[in-house]
Design a protein around this ligand. Structure first.
Ligand SMILES: C=C(O[C@H]1C=CC=C(C(=O)O)[C@@H]1O)C(=O)O
Length: 371
Protein backbone atom coordinates (compact mmCIF):
# COMPACT_ATOMS: atom_id res chain seq x y z
CA UNK A 1 0.00 0.00 0.00
CA UNK A 2 1.32 3.47 -0.83
CA UNK A 3 1.70 6.09 1.88
CA UNK A 4 -0.83 8.37 0.15
CA UNK A 5 -3.58 5.72 -0.01
CA UNK A 6 -2.79 4.71 3.59
CA UNK A 7 -3.34 8.28 4.84
CA UNK A 8 -6.30 8.90 2.49
CA UNK A 9 -8.12 6.00 4.14
CA UNK A 10 -7.50 7.56 7.57
CA UNK A 11 -8.62 11.02 6.40
CA UNK A 12 -11.79 9.45 5.02
CA UNK A 13 -12.44 7.59 8.27
CA UNK A 14 -12.07 10.86 10.19
CA UNK A 15 -14.37 12.70 7.75
CA UNK A 16 -16.97 9.96 8.37
CA UNK A 17 -16.56 10.53 12.13
CA UNK A 18 -15.50 6.92 12.73
CA UNK A 19 -12.92 5.69 15.28
CA UNK A 20 -9.31 5.09 14.28
CA UNK A 21 -5.78 4.90 15.61
CA UNK A 22 -2.60 5.46 13.63
CA UNK A 23 0.74 4.87 15.37
CA UNK A 24 4.36 3.93 15.10
CA UNK A 25 6.32 2.20 17.83
CA UNK A 26 9.82 3.43 18.79
CA UNK A 27 12.83 2.82 16.57
CA UNK A 28 11.05 1.40 13.59
CA UNK A 29 9.69 2.71 10.36
CA UNK A 30 6.38 0.86 10.39
CA UNK A 31 3.22 2.94 10.69
CA UNK A 32 0.14 0.94 11.63
CA UNK A 33 -3.49 1.85 11.50
CA UNK A 34 -6.74 0.41 12.78
CA UNK A 35 -10.05 1.68 11.40
CA UNK A 36 -13.13 0.64 13.40
CA UNK A 37 -16.10 -0.15 11.16
CA UNK A 38 -18.80 1.36 13.42
CA UNK A 39 -18.92 4.13 16.02
CA UNK A 40 -19.76 1.84 18.96
CA UNK A 41 -17.82 2.56 22.17
CA UNK A 42 -16.38 -0.87 23.08
CA UNK A 43 -14.75 -1.21 26.48
CA UNK A 44 -12.64 -3.75 28.28
CA UNK A 45 -12.27 -4.58 31.95
CA UNK A 46 -10.67 -7.99 31.64
CA UNK A 47 -8.03 -7.28 28.98
CA UNK A 48 -8.68 -10.72 27.52
CA UNK A 49 -9.84 -9.47 24.10
CA UNK A 50 -7.73 -8.75 21.05
CA UNK A 51 -7.37 -5.26 19.61
CA UNK A 52 -6.05 -1.81 20.44
CA UNK A 53 -6.59 -0.44 23.93
CA UNK A 54 -6.77 3.16 25.19
CA UNK A 55 -6.87 3.25 29.00
CA UNK A 56 -7.36 6.19 31.40
CA UNK A 57 -5.15 7.20 34.35
CA UNK A 58 -7.87 6.13 36.74
CA UNK A 59 -8.64 2.48 35.94
CA UNK A 60 -11.88 2.72 37.90
CA UNK A 61 -13.08 4.26 34.64
CA UNK A 62 -13.17 1.71 31.85
CA UNK A 63 -10.62 1.31 29.08
CA UNK A 64 -11.63 1.75 25.46
CA UNK A 65 -11.05 -1.04 23.01
CA UNK A 66 -10.95 -1.11 19.23
CA UNK A 67 -11.78 -4.84 18.90
CA UNK A 68 -9.74 -6.63 16.27
CA UNK A 69 -12.81 -8.27 14.74
CA UNK A 70 -14.52 -4.92 14.09
CA UNK A 71 -11.51 -3.16 12.59
CA UNK A 72 -9.67 -3.13 9.33
CA UNK A 73 -5.92 -3.06 9.74
CA UNK A 74 -3.15 -1.79 7.48
CA UNK A 75 0.49 -0.77 7.72
CA UNK A 76 3.19 0.91 5.70
CA UNK A 77 6.95 0.94 5.97
CA UNK A 78 8.51 4.34 5.47
CA UNK A 79 11.42 6.36 6.91
CA UNK A 80 10.01 9.86 6.64
CA UNK A 81 6.74 11.39 5.56
CA UNK A 82 6.34 14.24 3.12
CA UNK A 83 5.03 17.11 5.22
CA UNK A 84 6.02 20.77 5.54
CA UNK A 85 8.01 21.81 8.60
CA UNK A 86 6.44 24.59 10.65
CA UNK A 87 8.21 27.71 11.79
CA UNK A 88 8.93 27.47 15.48
CA UNK A 89 7.24 30.25 17.41
CA UNK A 90 8.14 31.41 20.90
CA UNK A 91 5.71 30.11 23.47
CA UNK A 92 5.46 32.42 26.44
CA UNK A 93 4.10 30.57 29.47
CA UNK A 94 1.17 32.09 31.30
CA UNK A 95 2.03 33.76 34.67
CA UNK A 96 -1.18 32.55 36.30
CA UNK A 97 -0.46 28.96 35.27
CA UNK A 98 2.97 29.35 36.82
CA UNK A 99 1.63 30.56 40.16
CA UNK A 100 -0.95 27.80 40.22
CA UNK A 101 1.59 25.05 39.44
CA UNK A 102 4.09 26.34 41.98
CA UNK A 103 1.34 26.35 44.60
CA UNK A 104 0.37 22.76 43.72
CA UNK A 105 3.99 21.56 43.85
CA UNK A 106 4.55 23.32 47.19
CA UNK A 107 1.48 21.57 48.58
CA UNK A 108 2.93 18.25 47.35
CA UNK A 109 6.29 18.92 49.03
CA UNK A 110 4.58 19.86 52.33
CA UNK A 111 2.57 16.66 52.19
CA UNK A 112 5.68 14.56 51.55
CA UNK A 113 7.46 16.21 54.50
CA UNK A 114 4.59 15.71 56.93
CA UNK A 115 2.85 12.48 55.81
CA UNK A 116 3.75 9.01 54.47
CA UNK A 117 3.93 10.15 50.85
CA UNK A 118 7.44 9.76 49.33
CA UNK A 119 6.80 10.90 45.77
CA UNK A 120 3.88 12.39 43.87
CA UNK A 121 3.69 13.26 40.15
CA UNK A 122 1.91 16.57 39.68
CA UNK A 123 0.75 17.91 36.35
CA UNK A 124 -1.05 20.68 34.55
CA UNK A 125 -2.74 21.41 31.25
CA UNK A 126 -1.43 23.98 28.73
CA UNK A 127 -3.95 25.30 26.20
CA UNK A 128 -2.89 26.62 22.82
CA UNK A 129 -5.02 27.66 19.86
CA UNK A 130 -4.23 25.87 16.62
CA UNK A 131 -3.51 27.26 13.17
CA UNK A 132 -3.84 23.94 11.43
CA UNK A 133 -5.95 21.51 13.39
CA UNK A 134 -5.72 18.57 10.99
CA UNK A 135 -4.65 15.72 13.31
CA UNK A 136 -3.18 13.63 10.49
CA UNK A 137 -0.85 16.48 9.55
CA UNK A 138 0.24 16.77 13.19
CA UNK A 139 0.76 12.99 13.37
CA UNK A 140 3.00 13.12 10.29
CA UNK A 141 5.17 15.82 11.90
CA UNK A 142 5.44 13.76 15.08
CA UNK A 143 6.50 10.69 13.12
CA UNK A 144 9.28 12.64 11.40
CA UNK A 145 10.42 14.36 14.61
CA UNK A 146 10.41 11.66 17.32
CA UNK A 147 11.94 8.36 16.25
CA UNK A 148 12.53 7.15 19.83
CA UNK A 149 8.91 7.52 20.80
CA UNK A 150 5.62 5.71 20.33
CA UNK A 151 3.85 8.37 18.23
CA UNK A 152 0.13 8.12 17.78
CA UNK A 153 -3.13 9.80 16.86
CA UNK A 154 -6.26 8.21 18.37
CA UNK A 155 -9.85 9.21 17.67
CA UNK A 156 -13.28 8.13 18.83
CA UNK A 157 -16.28 10.40 18.11
CA UNK A 158 -17.74 9.65 21.57
CA UNK A 159 -14.48 10.31 23.43
CA UNK A 160 -12.29 12.75 21.54
CA UNK A 161 -9.00 13.07 19.75
CA UNK A 162 -5.64 12.43 21.38
CA UNK A 163 -2.16 12.78 19.92
CA UNK A 164 1.18 11.99 21.54
CA UNK A 165 4.83 11.00 21.33
CA UNK A 166 5.58 9.00 24.43
CA UNK A 167 9.06 7.78 25.41
CA UNK A 168 7.71 5.43 28.09
CA UNK A 169 6.87 1.76 27.70
CA UNK A 170 4.50 0.60 30.44
CA UNK A 171 5.29 -3.01 29.55
CA UNK A 172 5.23 -5.53 26.75
CA UNK A 173 4.57 -9.25 26.88
CA UNK A 174 5.77 -11.52 24.09
CA UNK A 175 4.84 -15.10 24.88
CA UNK A 176 6.26 -15.46 28.40
CA UNK A 177 8.75 -12.62 28.20
CA UNK A 178 7.80 -9.46 30.08
CA UNK A 179 9.76 -6.29 29.38
CA UNK A 180 9.28 -3.03 31.18
CA UNK A 181 11.24 0.11 31.94
CA UNK A 182 11.64 2.54 34.77
CA UNK A 183 11.78 6.06 33.32
CA UNK A 184 12.01 9.17 35.48
CA UNK A 185 14.22 12.16 36.20
CA UNK A 186 14.36 14.93 33.62
CA UNK A 187 16.87 17.45 32.34
CA UNK A 188 16.91 19.60 29.23
CA UNK A 189 19.07 18.14 26.44
CA UNK A 190 22.00 20.42 25.54
CA UNK A 191 24.21 19.59 22.57
CA UNK A 192 27.84 18.77 23.54
CA UNK A 193 27.19 18.94 27.28
CA UNK A 194 27.55 16.02 29.65
CA UNK A 195 24.65 15.57 31.98
CA UNK A 196 25.01 15.53 35.76
CA UNK A 197 22.15 13.90 37.60
CA UNK A 198 21.29 15.19 41.07
CA UNK A 199 20.38 13.02 44.08
CA UNK A 200 16.75 14.15 43.68
CA UNK A 201 16.55 12.72 40.14
CA UNK A 202 18.45 9.53 40.98
CA UNK A 203 16.14 8.88 43.93
CA UNK A 204 12.92 9.60 42.07
CA UNK A 205 13.91 7.12 39.35
CA UNK A 206 15.04 4.49 41.89
CA UNK A 207 11.58 4.66 43.52
CA UNK A 208 10.11 3.62 40.15
CA UNK A 209 12.61 0.77 39.64
CA UNK A 210 12.07 -0.61 43.15
CA UNK A 211 8.29 -0.41 42.77
CA UNK A 212 8.23 -2.21 39.41
CA UNK A 213 10.61 -4.95 40.55
CA UNK A 214 8.62 -5.60 43.71
CA UNK A 215 5.25 -5.55 41.94
CA UNK A 216 6.18 -8.00 39.16
CA UNK A 217 7.93 -10.46 41.48
CA UNK A 218 4.78 -12.54 42.27
CA UNK A 219 4.10 -13.01 38.53
CA UNK A 220 7.60 -13.85 37.38
CA UNK A 221 10.20 -16.61 37.59
CA UNK A 222 13.27 -14.54 36.87
CA UNK A 223 13.96 -10.79 36.79
CA UNK A 224 16.90 -9.03 35.18
CA UNK A 225 17.44 -5.37 36.07
CA UNK A 226 19.87 -3.34 33.94
CA UNK A 227 22.13 -0.49 35.00
CA UNK A 228 20.68 3.02 34.82
CA UNK A 229 21.18 4.79 31.46
CA UNK A 230 20.59 8.32 30.23
CA UNK A 231 18.19 8.40 27.29
CA UNK A 232 17.03 11.22 25.05
CA UNK A 233 13.38 12.02 24.35
CA UNK A 234 13.16 15.01 21.99
CA UNK A 235 14.59 18.05 23.82
CA UNK A 236 14.80 16.14 27.13
CA UNK A 237 16.95 13.57 28.89
CA UNK A 238 15.70 10.93 31.31
CA UNK A 239 17.10 8.17 33.50
CA UNK A 240 16.09 4.70 32.36
CA UNK A 241 16.42 1.14 33.66
CA UNK A 242 15.35 -1.91 31.62
CA UNK A 243 13.63 -4.73 33.47
CA UNK A 244 13.28 -8.05 31.66
CA UNK A 245 11.57 -11.06 33.18
CA UNK A 246 9.86 -14.37 32.45
CA UNK A 247 6.29 -14.66 33.61
CA UNK A 248 4.79 -17.71 35.30
CA UNK A 249 2.32 -19.81 33.30
CA UNK A 250 -0.69 -18.72 35.33
CA UNK A 251 0.05 -14.96 35.33
CA UNK A 252 -2.83 -12.95 33.87
CA UNK A 253 -2.34 -9.79 31.84
CA UNK A 254 -4.98 -7.96 33.89
CA UNK A 255 -3.12 -8.73 37.15
CA UNK A 256 0.12 -7.36 35.70
CA UNK A 257 -1.72 -4.19 34.59
CA UNK A 258 -3.25 -3.75 38.06
CA UNK A 259 0.13 -4.28 39.69
CA UNK A 260 2.02 -1.82 37.50
CA UNK A 261 -0.39 0.91 36.44
CA UNK A 262 -0.02 3.70 37.40
CA UNK A 263 3.68 3.41 38.23
CA UNK A 264 5.43 6.00 40.43
CA UNK A 265 6.72 7.56 37.16
CA UNK A 266 3.26 9.06 36.63
CA UNK A 267 1.48 8.72 39.98
CA UNK A 268 3.79 8.44 42.98
CA UNK A 269 4.60 6.31 45.99
CA UNK A 270 2.86 4.85 47.91
CA UNK A 271 0.43 4.48 45.03
CA UNK A 272 -2.87 4.91 46.89
CA UNK A 273 -1.76 8.04 48.82
CA UNK A 274 -0.28 9.58 45.67
CA UNK A 275 -3.38 8.86 43.59
CA UNK A 276 -5.64 10.34 46.29
CA UNK A 277 -3.48 13.46 46.42
CA UNK A 278 -3.62 13.85 42.62
CA UNK A 279 -7.38 13.33 42.37
CA UNK A 280 -7.93 15.82 45.20
CA UNK A 281 -5.46 18.58 44.37
CA UNK A 282 -4.71 18.72 40.64
CA UNK A 283 -6.71 21.43 38.97
CA UNK A 284 -8.24 19.33 36.18
CA UNK A 285 -9.19 15.76 35.23
CA UNK A 286 -6.29 13.84 33.63
CA UNK A 287 -8.66 11.52 31.68
CA UNK A 288 -6.26 9.61 29.38
CA UNK A 289 -3.05 11.53 30.18
CA UNK A 290 -0.80 9.09 32.14
CA UNK A 291 -3.13 6.27 31.14
CA UNK A 292 -1.77 3.78 28.60
CA UNK A 293 -2.34 2.67 25.04
CA UNK A 294 -1.30 -0.11 22.73
CA UNK A 295 -1.80 -3.49 21.13
CA UNK A 296 -3.67 -6.08 23.15
CA UNK A 297 -3.27 -9.85 22.76
CA UNK A 298 -2.23 -9.94 19.12
CA UNK A 299 -0.96 -13.17 17.57
CA UNK A 300 2.53 -12.83 16.22
CA UNK A 301 4.19 -15.36 13.90
CA UNK A 302 7.89 -15.90 14.47
CA UNK A 303 10.18 -18.46 12.88
CA UNK A 304 12.59 -20.34 15.04
CA UNK A 305 15.69 -22.20 14.00
CA UNK A 306 16.41 -25.41 15.87
CA UNK A 307 20.05 -25.16 14.87
CA UNK A 308 20.43 -28.95 15.01
CA UNK A 309 22.20 -30.91 12.32
CA UNK A 310 20.46 -33.72 10.44
CA UNK A 311 17.09 -32.17 10.97
CA UNK A 312 15.53 -31.73 7.58
CA UNK A 313 12.90 -29.26 8.56
CA UNK A 314 14.90 -27.22 10.97
CA UNK A 315 12.84 -24.03 10.93
CA UNK A 316 9.42 -24.02 12.52
CA UNK A 317 6.81 -21.36 13.08
CA UNK A 318 5.87 -20.30 16.60
CA UNK A 319 2.75 -18.27 17.28
CA UNK A 320 3.17 -15.97 20.26
CA UNK A 321 0.60 -13.69 21.84
CA UNK A 322 1.93 -10.22 22.35
CA UNK A 323 0.71 -7.05 24.02
CA UNK A 324 2.55 -3.77 24.29
CA UNK A 325 1.39 -0.74 26.24
CA UNK A 326 2.89 2.73 26.34
CA UNK A 327 2.24 5.32 29.05
CA UNK A 328 0.29 8.23 27.58
CA UNK A 329 2.82 11.06 28.11
CA UNK A 330 3.92 14.06 26.01
CA UNK A 331 0.40 14.10 24.69
CA UNK A 332 -2.48 16.44 23.96
CA UNK A 333 -6.16 16.44 23.31
CA UNK A 334 -7.53 18.44 20.36
CA UNK A 335 -10.87 20.12 21.02
CA UNK A 336 -12.42 22.52 18.48
CA UNK A 337 -9.40 24.55 17.36
CA UNK A 338 -7.38 24.26 20.57
CA UNK A 339 -4.75 21.85 21.80
CA UNK A 340 -4.74 20.86 25.47
CA UNK A 341 -1.24 19.67 26.28
CA UNK A 342 -0.61 17.66 29.46
CA UNK A 343 2.68 17.84 31.35
CA UNK A 344 3.85 16.82 34.79
CA UNK A 345 6.83 15.86 36.89
CA UNK A 346 7.84 13.79 39.89
CA UNK A 347 7.90 15.67 43.20
CA UNK A 348 10.01 14.50 46.13
CA UNK A 349 11.12 16.14 49.40
CA UNK A 350 14.06 17.70 47.50
CA UNK A 351 11.99 19.31 44.74
CA UNK A 352 12.30 22.98 43.95
CA UNK A 353 8.88 24.33 42.81
CA UNK A 354 10.39 26.85 40.34
CA UNK A 355 12.49 24.08 38.70
CA UNK A 356 9.49 21.76 38.56
CA UNK A 357 7.58 24.51 36.73
CA UNK A 358 10.43 24.87 34.21
CA UNK A 359 10.45 21.13 33.68
CA UNK A 360 6.79 21.23 32.64
CA UNK A 361 7.54 24.17 30.31
CA UNK A 362 10.27 22.08 28.63
CA UNK A 363 8.03 19.02 28.42
CA UNK A 364 5.27 21.04 26.73
CA UNK A 365 7.73 21.84 23.91
CA UNK A 366 7.46 18.26 22.61
CA UNK A 367 3.91 18.97 21.43
CA UNK A 368 4.23 22.75 20.88
CA UNK A 369 6.88 22.07 18.21
CA UNK A 370 4.41 20.30 15.95
CA UNK A 371 1.33 22.51 16.19
C1 LIG B 1 4.85 12.76 34.00
C2 LIG B 1 5.65 12.98 32.97
O1 LIG B 1 6.89 12.40 32.84
C3 LIG B 1 7.30 11.29 33.64
C4 LIG B 1 8.23 10.47 32.82
C5 LIG B 1 9.57 10.77 32.75
C6 LIG B 1 10.13 11.71 33.63
C7 LIG B 1 9.39 12.25 34.63
C8 LIG B 1 9.97 13.20 35.60
O2 LIG B 1 11.18 13.50 35.51
O3 LIG B 1 9.27 13.73 36.46
C9 LIG B 1 7.99 11.80 34.90
O4 LIG B 1 8.08 10.79 35.86
C10 LIG B 1 5.27 13.86 31.86
O5 LIG B 1 6.04 13.96 30.90
O6 LIG B 1 4.17 14.47 31.90
Amino acid sequence: MSSSSFFEAIEQQYALNLPFVVYSRPINSVIKCWLQQDDELYKTETFTESGFVFAPFNLEEKSILFPKEFCSYSEINIDALDIEIIESTQNIPNENDKLQHIELVSKGIDNIKTKDLKKVVLSRCVTKSLQNSNPITIFKRLFNAYKNAMVYCWFHPKVGLWIGATPELLFKVEGKRLTTISLAGTQAFKENETVNWTTKEVEEQQIVTDYITKEITPFTKMINVSDVDTVRAGNLLHLKTRIISVIKDKAKLKSIIDALHPTPAVCGFPKVDAKDFILQHENYNREFYTGFLGELNLKQNTTRNTNRRNVENNAYAVVKTQSNFYVNLRCMQLKASSAHIYVGGGITKDSNPEKEWEETVNKAETMLKVI
